[in-house]
Design a protein around this ligand. Structure first.
Ligand code: IMP
Ligand code: MG
Length: 187
């Protein structure tokens, strides 16, 4: 039996609420805010979220890798593709799937600051695994604050690049992880 953490309906509801909150908080910005999708994990969350933001926004993406493809964070973050927009004077909303140790987010925040002079940087993560944090990174907007450190897949979250397309979120069991390992090692 799959241990479902969030079903599709609950996800949709939570994303809609977040979009409404962001709209309220960003509707009077002087410069159009930039919503930055952190590839690849935030892809489904980002595309759902921006449809619920009812004020003008700019869309951009950045691609980093932080997990070595397995079950734990590698600690080292690599930039694969940079931001294209000018961020001077704008609010930048970083949209992430999950903030775990916070190391990736710390890297992102520093990197964005090095690329210009944003008005402010706002962190919006679908999941906030706040108990796993290894630094001072704070999540300003999150759909779910996780008390446990279980490894999750679905709705953008992957194990060895699989499961990102699963529309709900669940905890894969050991058998399923082993089956993926066999498949990917043979691939
Ligand atoms: P951090 O640098 O430890 O905060 O890790 C952030 C990244 O690790 C996220 O963007 C995810 O890609 C990945 N990650 C963290 N926890 C999970 C999980 O439970 N399932 C899948 N990926 C995760
Ligand atoms: Mg990831």
């Amino acid at each position: 039996m799959k241990e479902i953490v969030l079903d599709e309906q609950t996800i949709a509801q939570k994303v809609q609420e977040l979009g409404a909150k962001l709209t309220e908080d960003l509707k009077d910005e002087e410069k159009v805010p930039l919503f930055l999708c952190v590839m690849k994990g935030a892809m489904p969350f980002y595309s759902d979220l921006i449809k619920h933001v009812k004020c003008p926004i700019l869309c951009d993406y950045i691609h980093i890798t932080s997990y070595d493809g397995g079950l734990s964070s590698s600690g080292t973050v690599r930039l694969e593709k940079d931001i294209a927009n000018n961020i001077d004077g704008r609010t930048v909303v970083i949209v992430e799937d999950i903030v775990d140790t916070g190391l990736s987010m710390e890297f992102l925040i520093k990197h964005i600051r090095s690329r210009g002079n944003p008005k402010r940087i706002v962190v919006c993560a679908f999941f906030d695994k706040y108990l796993a944090r290894k630094n001072e990174v704070r999540v300003d907007y999150s759909a779910v604050r996780l008390e446990h450190a279980q490894f999750l897949v679905g709705y953008g979250l992957d194990y060895r690049e699989l499961f990102r397309n699963v529309p709900y979120v669940y905890v894969p069991d050991e058998e399923e992880i082993a089956a993926v390992d066999r498949k990917m090692d043979a691939d």
